[in-house]
Design a protein around this ligand. Structure first.
Ligand code: IDP
Ligand code: MG
Length: 155
């Protein structure tokens, strides 16, 4: 069991549809700890760095247009196996196929406008957190409720 950090974005559709609060509430309610949070505009350069693995794909121009079209909210989320826990909460890429109960499955019907980004593994998380946050923007604190979220041997 490992405590992990994941880079989460509320994408432009989530900001425009006023779902920032709903998405952040789900993260908090799950017991995960937010250790960084800011709103920013993604530039084409930042989009290319973040989505380097997709840059040659046919859908990339539309993805760039979408992710730069309105602000995003970037979050650094920490917790036991936070990367896979967040991927599970997000649902599958295409909102039409995402299970009810997931963020994408409850709030969306689009493959592109799927509301949330979450790192897909430890290497991606470290890389993406480094792209969106300076070290001093990530905070360290003991959550008062921490000892009631999971047992010591799960941390
Ligand atoms: P993920 O966000 O579930 O990890 P990826 O395959 O890494 O999905 O794709 C990154 C993002 O690119 C998706 O979240 C979605 O916004 C967009 N995307 C993925 N596949 C397509 C596609 O075929 N057409 C248009 N946009 C896509
Ligand atoms: Mg991905």
């Amino acid at each position: 069991m490992a405590t992990e950090r994941s880079l989460i974005l509320v994408k432009p559709d989530g900001v425009q549809r006023r779902l920032i609060g709903a998405i952040v509430t789900r993260i908090e309610n799950r017991g995960l700890k937010i250790v960084g949070m800011k709103m920013l505009n993604v530039t084409p350069e930042l989009a290319g760095e973040h989505y380097a693995e997709h840059i040659e794909k046919p859908f990339y121009p539309l993805l760039e247009e979408f992710i730069t079209a309105a602000p995003v909210v970037a979050l650094a989320v920490e917790g036991p196996e936070a990367i896979s826990v967040m991927r599970g909460m997000m649902g599958t890429t295409n909102g039409r196929e995402s299970a009810p109960g997931t963020i994408r499955g409850d709030y969306g019907v689009s493959r592109q406008m799927n509301l949330i980004h979450g790192s897909d593994g430890p290497e991606a998380a470290a890389r993406e957190l480094g792209i969106y946050f300076k070290p001093e923007e990530l905070v360290d604190y003991e959550p008062t409720l921490g000892e009631w979220v999971c047992a010591d041997d799960e941390k």
